[in-house]
Ligand binder design. Structure first.
Ligand code: B1M
Length: 216
């Protein structure tokens, strides 16, 4: 029965059912299940499966978004119920934002949700951020990854500027920088000195894992 609820949580994420995810998360707590088990054995395999289905072309963006939403709803219920000291292992600390002059937020937010779902601590600073906004957030949150999103050919230039400013602020060596957004390419990322480029939210998670591993 208890194991059944964990499977139901997994299924709610795979099928993209936030209402079910909420209901099973509440049921799990009411029945005394360990919230961490629910996350690690239910939600996490669920979102990983969603990622696989997206990568294989079986799922499209709407399924990805709704699956991540279901995961988020359940996490919001389960995480506060975790007893002191019992925290999910944090894979990395990411300051994520859209660059200056750019107010596109949907892709950036999706990247953030997928990173959270996969164990990263994400400080989402929103849209239209100057380099100073990123620097301040890195310092305040002791981040080890910066993620900069740009959707316009004009604002992607700000990603280069941001990397320069992070260097000037003496933060470059302790950070991994990832960039993305529709007009951005892997070769542009390389040209501006970023540590990596991801074309979608699933590959952004893979990239973030690789960057964290490389820094070890
Ligand atoms: Co804008 N817009 N828009 N827009 N808009 C585009 C980007 C555009 C391609 C439309 C077009 O002309 N065909 C075009 C850009 C042209 C160019 O520069 N090449 C454009 C334009 C021109 C503009 C305005 C200038 C229009 C105007 O006012 N004349 C204006 C600019 C405003 C500004 O930012 N200063 C503008 C405004 C807007 C709205 C406000 C109306 C709205 C944004 C609403 C919001 O975000 N709250 C909007 C929208 C919705 C779009 C389109 C239609 C959709 C963008 C989107 O959300 N995609 C877009 C056309 C299109 O893409 N088809 C367009 C869905 C999202 C999930 O995908 O954002 O690509 P995406 O994110 C992906 C990947 O790119 C990647 O993963 C995500 C998930 O898979 N990714 C990362 C993104 N960030 C990442 C970061 C990473 C890694 C991966 O690491 C850190």
């Amino acid at each position: 029965m208890l194991e059944g609820i964990i499977r139901q949580l997994e299924q709610a994420v795979i099928e993209g059912l936030p209402e079910d995810a909420k209901m099973y998360a509440n049921q799990a707590l009411a029945q005394g299940l360990d919230p961490l088990d629910c996350i690690n054995e239910g939600l996490t395999p669920g979102i990983q499966r969603v990622g696989e289905l997206f990568a294989s072309g079986e799922y499209f963006l709407p399924e990805l978004i709704i699956g991540a939403d279901a995961m988020k709803v359940a996490l919001d219920i389960l995480e506060p119920a975790m007893v002191g000291g019992q925290e999910r292992e944090i894979v990395g600390r990411v300051v994520l934002g859209t660059v200056e002059g750019d107010i596109h937020e949907i892709g950036k937010t999706l990247v953030g949700t997928m990173l959270i779902a996969n164990g990263f601590k994400v400080f989402d600073i929103g849209v239209d951020n100057t380099a100073y906004d990123f620097i301040k957030a890195v310092e305040e949150n002791n981040a080890n990854i910066v993620g900069a999103s740009a959707l316009l050919t004009t604002t992607m230039l700000k990603q280069r500027e941001l990397i320069g400013e992070l260097e000037k602020a003496g933060l470059r060596d302790r950070l991994k920088i990832m960039v993305g957004g529709a007009p951005v390419t892997a070769s542009y990322a390389q040209e501006i000195g970023a540590d990596g480029y991801a074309e979608d939210a699933i590959s952004a998670v893979d990239l973030a894992f690789r960057l964290v591993d490389a820094a070890r």
